[in-house]
Design a protein around this ligand. Structure first.
Ligand SMILES: Cc1cc2nc3c(=O)[nH]c(=O)nc-3n(C[C@H](O)[C@H](O)[C@H](O)COP(=O)(O)OP(=O)(O)OC[C@H]3O[C@@H](n4cnc5c(N)ncnc54)[C@H](O)[C@@H]3O)c2cc1C
Length: 476
């Protein structure tokens, strides 16, 4: 009998797992995909929102502001990319000035410090590629950017190194509470029993809740499509450039990523199939033309890839967090849409504490809250490169030329705690395949390494789990 089962290995599930690892407990994370961070946590804007946008008094506002403050230290402890780059909310009309002032006041109410309203000319002095049509803007210095999947991987690895177990390719199909108060979690592969359950299943969190609670929930998947620009155009924005928010969310942004690309998007469309993440010509065109209002010189030829992610939109509008009144021992992190990435560390703390209190768990003295990421050749100084190659000659073998990723890094990505099992896992951990050629050149070599170090035949290497094999067979 486990102390706790966490359903879902996105940023919220992994943050809860890491926080629970601070207590003497047996914890298992169940995830339906092949890896952590395969849902919304891998496909979002990567903004650590300062907290001016959420309505005062909501859980979104509370957790946003608290989570944002945790990121700088977490990024150091867990060694993932984060940068406080600031943000502007651009306004294009005289009428918009009032809305901008409302956002400013909302920020003050939420406890966000340092925001100022600037004129269009002041904005263009700081961000020269911003449109001449911008009349004014709210400047938000506390806004930041993070690599969302690397943060999630870091939480997960640290949880794992502190004893949390992970089971992948396990789709939860039912949760049943027994008369003795314990839970049986049924997956497509088997059954797991625990004293408590934490539901972090993203767009499917309503279904998990509805298995056990009489208080029914409804999550609508709200799709957001993006294009990503080559690093060569990274000069176009230093800060994150939002537009005034709409009823559907924060609107389309233009932002640098932590790795120097420019991200453009997202759209916001409610969809029926919660797992539908194909991009569309219409969606991408909409995102691009809307973003061009902020930065008119955005070049279409600079686009290197596109992707989309689905927000877990709770129809009541706020996060649902905590223990279910009618089902003691069952905890929700439900409807965690934006600013969920920002909020995740704080949500993780509170949910772990609730579980620990319910079970009377004791804090451990041997918890190690630090983790070292993969050493990236691309970001090393010349001296560091010489030293790295001396220590491990495979640092001298570049596999991905666009992103300058070496064989040593790819082997590390496979062999470390909760190592990558497929090509997308390698990509998210090392950036091999994330550059201009989008893995056109490095795929065969990366496949060879994955096959060798995971102990499978090349024909079994997948892009993202079963059904996405890259080769159809061997030519005899
Ligand atoms: C377009 C878009 C833009 C966003 N931009 C931002 C932003 O800039 N800043 C910000 O703070 N937030 C942003 N967000 C929100 C943020 O991405 C989410 O709040 C956060 O990633 C949610 O994390 P999660 O762990 O709850 O969900 P997910 O990452 O979706 O994880 C849920 C996990 O549960 C698993 N799962 C589901 N059902 C089952 C089952 N039955 N059995 C087993 N496993 C299951 C899934 O496979 C998945 O891995 C954005 C979201 C989107 C979609």
């Amino acid at each position: 009998m486990l102390d706790c089962i966490i359903i879902g290995a996105g940023v919220v599930g992994c943050a809860v797992a890491r926080e629970l690892a601070r207590y003497s407990s047996s914890v298992l994370v169940l995830e339906r995909f092949n890896d952590v961070s395969c849902g919304a946590s891998k496909a979002n804007s990567g903004i650590v929102h300062a907290g001016f946008d959420a309505h005062p008094g909501t859980r979104k506002a509370f957790y946003n502001v608290r989570g944002a403050k945790m990121y700088p230290l977490l990024a150091k402890e867990l060694d993932f990319p984060y940068r406080r780059n600031g943000a502007f909310v651009l306004n294009f009309s005289e009428e918009g000035n009032e809305k901008l002032k409302e956002l400013y006041d909302q920020g003050v109410k939420n406890g966000v410090e340092g925001n100022v309203i600037l004129s269009g000319d002041e904005v263009r002095k700081m961000e020269p590629y911003v449109s001449d049509k911008v009349v004014s803007a709210l400047y938000v210095p506390a806004s930041g950017i993070v690599s969302p999947y690397e943060a999630t991987i870091a939480f997960a690895e640290n949880a794992f190194d502190n004893g949390v177990k992970f089971e992948f390719n396990q789709t939860v199909k039912d949760v049943v509470k027994s008369a003795d108060g314990t839970f049986t979690v049924r997956t497509d592969k088997g059954e797991f029993c625990a004293k408590t359950v934490v539901n972090c299943a993203g767009v499917h969190s309503d279904e998990i809740n509805n298995y056990v609670s009489k208080t029914k929930e409804k999550i609508v998947a709200r799709k957001g499509e993006y294009v990503l620009l080559d690093k060569a155009y990274g000069y176009l924005a230093g800060a994150t450039l939002f537009q005034l928010p709409t009823a559907m969310g924060k609107g389309v942004l233009v932002s640098p990523t932590t790795h120097g690309n420019i991200i453009v998007g997202p759209t916001a469309d409610d969809i029926d199939d919660k797992d539908y993440v194909d991009t569309t010509y219409a969606g991408l065109s909409k995102a691009f033309s809307q973003a061009a209002l902020s930065v008119p010189s955005l070049p279409r030829r600079g686009i290197i890839t596109q992707f989309s992610g689905n927000r877990a939109h709770n129809v009541t509008g706020d996060f649902v967090l905590g223990e279910r009144e009618d089902c003691k021992g069952f905890f929700n992190a439900l409807g965690v849409e934006s600013p969920g990435l920002t909020s995740a560390p704080a949500i993780g703390q509170d949910l772990a504490k609730l579980v620990a209190d319910r079970l009377g768990l004791k804090e451990r003295k041997d918890f190690n809250g630090t983790r070292k990421g993969i050493k990236h050749f691309a970001t090393m100084s010349d001296e560091e490169r010489v030293e790295a190659i001396k220590q491990n000659p495979l640092y001298g073998k570049v596999v991905c030329r666009c992103e300058v990723v070496t064989e040593a890094e790819i082997i590390d990505a496979v062999t470390r705690s909760l190592g990558a099992r497929d090509m997308d896992g390698i990509k998210r951990r090392t950036r091999a395949g994330m550059g201009r050629c989008q893995s056109g050149f490095c795929t065969p070599k990366v496949m060879e390494i994955v096959a060798k170090y995971t102990g499978v035949d090349m024909t079994q290497v997948t892009k993202k789990g079963a059904g996405s094999e890259l080769l159809t067979g061997r030519k005899e």
